[in-house]
Design a binder for this molecule. Structure first.
Ligand SMILES: Cc1cc2nc3c(=O)[nH]c(=O)nc-3n(C[C@H](O)[C@H](O)[C@H](O)COP(=O)(O)OP(=O)(O)OC[C@H]3O[C@@H](n4cnc5c(N)ncnc54)[C@H](O)[C@@H]3O)c2cc1C
Ligand code: SF4
Ligand code: SF4
Ligand code: SF4
Length: 393
């Protein structure tokens, strides 16, 4: 029976999916993150859970130089995607050939969960990043069943979820010929408990009903990562600044990530998936024509299999080969560092959300003033002027 190390368990759920006795349940404990809980009475000591766990095992990673920038021809698709709409190209390619797509979607209460669809309309639900840990529930089992029946599957998720799937399928001796895996350069996943409190905050404790949420609202060109909320009365909110918005402030200052993210072995140049997707925020002289302020994807084709999809990208938009070394991001080199006040932050969280916001500095007067200024700058559409002044400094 597996011994769970809370500092390295990524919550992938492979152990729960493989247990023949249904003795393992993924439950939300620490900070709302998913961890396996074992009912010992049901366990027969087969050891499969231990054997499937990728957390402390050696995993094989692919280090490829086949890196590209991509911009989808459809502006609509890019507006509804995080970056350049690369995921959509792959998803559509699978659906058009009768295949299935696995990804992360919002549930009715805006919690995040993995699901499987085989139609274009539903697959749109996977578009855009949700920066909170998703519940994989039984998607590994379902992926296995589909592959076993000869179906084609595109699986997308965090690198640790992809690793969980690959290990799961290898332990089940399942052929992966019809499987394509997609991960992304991963900063870490945010706490589901903290996200729930953010939703409560935005709904004014349930007084204003939220009907839509997007972490990658794109209110205008050049603004690529603004939390967007739509209310039942039709009112819409775009956070004026990414860094100062309550969820992103804590996500980007690293207060709300899972323990395993601070030690992540997938924060590396070598990748576990066939294709790695990422955002491209910086451009050189030879690539600046690919930046129109609506989003550009950075892709790494990690395996020979992935190169079969280059044609799909060529047909759907502009794709250009780049030198990977020029586009290295922090999470391709090392895991996100844990902030020094992390423990204090979560200790004070026990006394309530507001108390923790004081520790992180979110609610101090300097940040409150910064938020007021950001709101005025946004309203007067002065964002690009401020950006230019900052860049010139
Ligand atoms: C938690 C997280 C951290 C990230 N960190 C970085 C980073 O540090 N640097 C960087 O360049 N890019 C990062 N990304 C990836 C980036 O935000 C875009 O998802 C990526 O560029 C793909 O964009 P797209 O336009 O091609 O596709 P999109 O249409 O935006 O597709 C989104 C894809 O992400 C998957 N997904 C969404 N939310 C989750 C989730 N919670 N868990 C698992 N899978 C999910 C969907 O299934 C889908 O495959 C991160 C994404 C997430 C979810
Ligand atoms: S040892 Fe076997 S039966 Fe027991 S929890 Fe692990 S997988 Fe399930
Ligand atoms: S298989 Fe996944 S969920 Fe289970 S213990 Fe290992 S990392 Fe955690
Ligand atoms: S940072 Fe690592 S452990 Fe955390 S979600 Fe991403 S891949 Fe998983």
């Amino acid at each position: 029976m597996i011994k769970i190390d809370k500092s390295t368990c990524t919550g992938c759920g492979a152990c729960a999916n493989i247990c023949p006795r249904n003795a393992i349940e993924m439950i939300q404990v620490d900070k709302g993150f998913y961890y396996p809980e074992i009912t010992e009475d049901k366990c027969v000591g087969c050891g499969l859970c231990d054997n499937v766990c990728h957390a402390d095992a050696d995993v094989s990673l692919h280090d490829s130089d086949d890196a590209f920038l991509f911009v989808n021809n459809s502006i609509e698709t890019r507006k509804n995607s995080s970056s350049g709409g690369a995921f959509s190209v792959l998803a559509n390619a699978f659906i058009e050939k009768g295949g299935y797509v696995v990804g992360a979607e919002f549930g009715m209460d805006f919690s995040i969960q993995h699901n499987i669809y085989n139609d274009k309309e539903n697959v749109k639900r996977f578009q855009t990043s949700k920066y909170v840990q998703s519940n994989t529930s039984d998607v590994y089992k379902k992926t296995y069943d589909l592959l076993k029946n000869g179906e084609r599957v595109l699986f997308s998720g965090t690198p640790c979820q992809v690793s969980g799937l690959i290990t799961y399928l290898s332990r089940k001796n399942c052929s992966t010929e019809n499987l394509l895996t997609v991960d992304f350069i991963c900063h870490g996943v945010g706490s589901p408990a903290f996200w729930k409190d953010c939703l409560k905050y935005y709904s004014r404790n349930g007084k204003k009903q939220i009907v839509d949420v997007n972490f990658r609202g794109k209110p205008r060109a050049g603004k690529l990562q603004n939390l967007y909320i739509k209310y039942a009365n039709g009112k819409r909110f775009f956070a004026p600044s990414t860094n100062l918005e309550i969820f992103y402030y804590h996500f980007l200052k690293n207060y709300i990530l899972r323990e395993s993210c601070y030690k992540c072995k997938y924060s590396a140049l070598g990748r576990v998936s066939d294709i790695t997707l990422a955002d491209c925020f910086k451009f050189g002289e030879d690539t600046k024509h690919l930046n129109d302020g609506v989003g550009t994807s950075f892709l790494i084709m990690n395996t020979t299999k992935s190169m079969n999809y280059i044609e799909e990208f060529q047909q759907a938009g502009k794709i250009q080969k780049i030198t990977k070394a020029d586009y290295i991001q922090p999470n391709m080199q090392e895991a996100t560092p844990k902030p020094s006040l992390y423990e204090e932050f979560w200790k004070s969280y026990e006394n309530g959300f507001d108390s923790a916001l004081r520790v992180s500095g979110y609610s101090n007067s300097k940040n409150s003033l910064k938020r007021k200024i950001a709101a005025i700058v946004y309203m007067l559409r002065l964002d690009s002027v401020v950006k230019k002044i900052k860049a010139a400094k």
